[in-house]
Write a protein that binds this ligand. Structure first.
Ligand code: NAD
Length: 274
């Protein structure tokens, strides 16, 4: 799958397979990073209210000069903004900060099952979608029981489930649940924040193909059918992560990478994170 190919969503829309993430991008640098990434050819920006840089996201998009409809913008409802009214207010605040009049994808950032507000929050997102202010709606860090509750109680299936996914946390069961429900899996921390760069299996494939470990890992995400949103603030890193279309992993490479799963998270466990 070419990185700028689009993956169909279950609501009739689509999203670019590859984008870039804004977590931990300092607010004062964000507009430059966004403008630079869009200039290199990225068309999907992964933001979130909690990243504290939605102003820069909007500013960078405007600075790029690209038509709004050419760029896919995601942002997310933070945990303390869950609940029907609170989520609607949080969405308005995100739009106000970014200066946009709609987003392409609005996600519930974490299920926070102990608070038991995610179904109510989902009802707010359905309203935002019906009003056309969020073109598509989805979730992040949701496990099978959380997804199944949303569907059972509202009849609306998320378009996307953005989850931690990298060679050391391959999430085969959750990917299968997403696939069965018609939900696109999007990989966060797709590079595992660098943890597999020195892995001998990754290094051997990278050496054979004449690519970097990061490129091998990102290509793996695309070939297992995931959308992927690596983060780099450096121009050469952004360019490297986009250059994935002129090589492919073999079935043997995919099988070798499959052995690297260690069930190892870099972030919190969604069942417990509140
Ligand atoms: P990542 O796996 O993308 O790794 C980022 C690190 O790898 C950075 O230190 C970066 O400098 C380095 N890197 C990037 N490209 C490289 C290259 N080509 N060569 C060498 N090093 C390279 O980690 P991440 O930022 O944690 O995740 C990516 C995005 O996922 C975030 O920016 C954010 O948008 C999203 N995310 C979402 C959630 C969620 O809960 N939904 C949580 C974490 C991250």
């Amino acid at each position: 799958m070419p990185p700028l190919a689009r993956l169909p969503l279950n609501d009739g829309h689509s999203l670019p397979a590859l984008g870039f993430g804004l977590w931990q991008v300092p607010a004062p640098d964000t507009a430059d990073v966004v403008d630079q990434a869009l200039g290199l050819g990225y068309r999907l920006i992964d933001g979130a209210a909690i990243y504290g840089n939605e102003e820069g996201l909007g500013e960078g998009l405007r600075r790029s000069g690209l038509p709004r409809d050419d760029v896919f913008v995601t942002t997310k409802c933070w945990n303390t903004d869950q609940g029907y009214d609170a989520a609607l207010r949080a969405f308005d605040a995100s739009l106000a900060r970014s200066g946009l009049d709609r987003v392409d994808l609005y996600l519930i950032h974490w299920p926070c099952p102990q608070r038991d507000l995610f179904v109510e929050t989902w009802r707010a997102l359905i309203r935002l979608r019906d009003e056309g202010r969020a073109t598509s709606i989805g979730v992040s860090n949701f496990h099978a029981p959380h997804l199944e509750r949303l569907v059972a109680e509202t009849g609306v299936t998320p378009a996307v489930n953005q989850i931690e996914l990298h060679p050391r946390l391959q999430q085969a069961a959750l990917r299968e649940t997403n696939r069965r429900l018609g939900i696109v899996t999007q990989s966060w921390s797709p590079l595992g924040q660098g943890r597999s760069f020195d892995d001998p299996v990754i290094r051997a494939i990278a050496a054979r193909l004449g690519r970097s470990p990061a490129q091998v890992i990102l290509r793996w995400h695309l070939q297992i059918g995931c959308s992927v949103i690596p983060r780099s603030t450096r121009r050469d890193g952004l360019a490297e992560n986009l250059a994935l279309s002129d090589f492919a992993l073999t079935a043997g490479d995919l099988a070798a990478i499959a052995t690297l799963d260690a069930g190892e998270r870099t972030g919190p466990d969604p069942d417990r994170f509140a």
